[in-house]
Write a protein that binds this ligand. Structure first.
Ligand code: GTP
Length: 345
């Protein structure tokens, strides 16, 4: 039985969460709405991530019980270097593989809601109740889930670039801010501030990518062909990176990727694989296209323009050095950094 059956209160809660644009805040707000509405003992919100040919992974983002609410973000979980997915018990595991929107265990006191995004499982809400739910309660729950899913779809629409479907520039600023904030709360902040990078530690990296001689493509084949190249490269990018990597179209023919936390070597490997996949792709009529990239680590206490500035310097060096290559900022000679920094910072 619904604990809070007062429609104005429920409407107020719904209005609150549809006013939010941050997905972590949205998850917490949904939990608060439902926790207040149901006679729940415990409520857990899991984000589900997918990788090609692997089982979906669960990440516990919100825990709510009689002690209160504990909220985590994907960035916090990753920055703590504990991206280890949550181990699912039997009921959670069955929810991961079911197409149903709602699962109720035989006692009627444990319920899992499946939240979808673009026909893919996006999150699971697992709650334990004091009393079972009536048919009317279930319909109400399903309605709230649909409002949440529609809101996520609208947020996606506002955060993506229409041509490529990648995240847009506005979203990059917000995402970087979240990562930088999660880094500055770590005990190892000092080490992350140091300029030199070791091979074993995991860092976040930002990469700026630029299509080589793209103007020639537009000039020779026209903008429609140019747009097709942008689209194809975005698709190759999606196939080569994980769902948890952030892929942005920064503007025109420039792309940004945020990777991590991972080692320098694994970033180099992923980017090399992507560079090769583009270089080996046969672009209809046009033939071969290559890309260049500049890579830098993301440091605590810095703003986007500083991170981008370092990556841009490395990209510039990659172009100067013959294109079709990815360069780390910290491999540039001091003279190149000095002269570039004067222009950029
Ligand atoms: N088709 C298409 N072209 C775009 C878009 N945005 C930017 N461009 C084109 O991208 C080209 C960028 O050219 P430049 O910055 O001069 O550099 P480039 O030819 O790529 O050469 P390098 O970067 O030095 O290798 C210009 O011709 C822009 O018009 C877009 O959305 N669609």
């Amino acid at each position: 039985m619904l604990h809070k059956s007062n429609p104005p209160d429920l409407l107020h809660s719904l209005a609150e969460f549809t006013g939010l644009i941050d997905r972590d805040d949205l998850a917490a707000s949904l939990c608060i709405t439902l926790f207040e509405m149901l006679q729940a003992d415990v409520m857990d919100f899991y984000r589900v991530t997918h990788r090609a040919n692997q089982r979906p992974e669960l990440h516990l983002l919100v825990e709510f019980d009689q002690q209160g609410i504990r909220q985590h973000s994907m960035e916090q979980l990753r920055a703590k270097q504990s991206p280890t997915p949550h181990t699912a018990d039997g009921f959670l595991a069955s929810a991961l593989h079911s197409n149903s929107g709602l699962l109720i265990d035989p006692t009627g006191l444990r319920v899992i809601l499946c939240l979808n995004r673009q026909n893919e499982l996006y999150a699971l809400l697992d709650f334990r109740l004091k009393n079972g739910l009536s048919a009317a309660d279930l319909r109400m729950l399903q309605g709230i889930v649909r409002i949440y899913e529609n809101h996520i779809a609208l947020l996606d629409y506002g955060e993506t670039d229409t041509l490529t479907g990648l995240l847009n520039r506005k979203t990059l600023e917000r995402q970087l801010l979240k990562i930088v904030s999660s880094l500055q709360n770590l005990p190892s902040t000092e080490q992350l501030q140091q300029l030199s990078r070791d091979d074993e530690t995991n860092y976040y990296f930002l990469v700026v990518l630029d299509i080589d001689h793209f103007k020639r493509v537009n000039d020779k084949w026209g903008h429609l062909f140019g747009d097709e190249v942008l689209l194809t490269i975005s698709q190759i990018k999606r196939q080569n990176f994980r769902e948890v990597d952030y892929l942005f179209r920064f503007g025109g023919e420039e792309f940004v990727i945020i990777l991590g936390p991972q080692t320098r070597a694994s970033v180099a490997m992923a980017l090399e694989r992507f560079r090769e996949a583009v270089a080996q792709h046969d672009f209809a009529q046009i033939g071969t296209i290559t890309i260049s990239g500049g890579i830098t680590d993301i440091r605590p206490f810095e703003v986007l323009s500083m991170t981008l500035g370092r990556a841009d310097l490395a990209l510039y060096a990659a172009k100067e050095g013959g294109r079709n290559q990815m360069l780390f900022f910290d491999t540039l000679p001091e003279s190149q950094i000095q002269s570039g920094s004067e222009e950029l910072f």
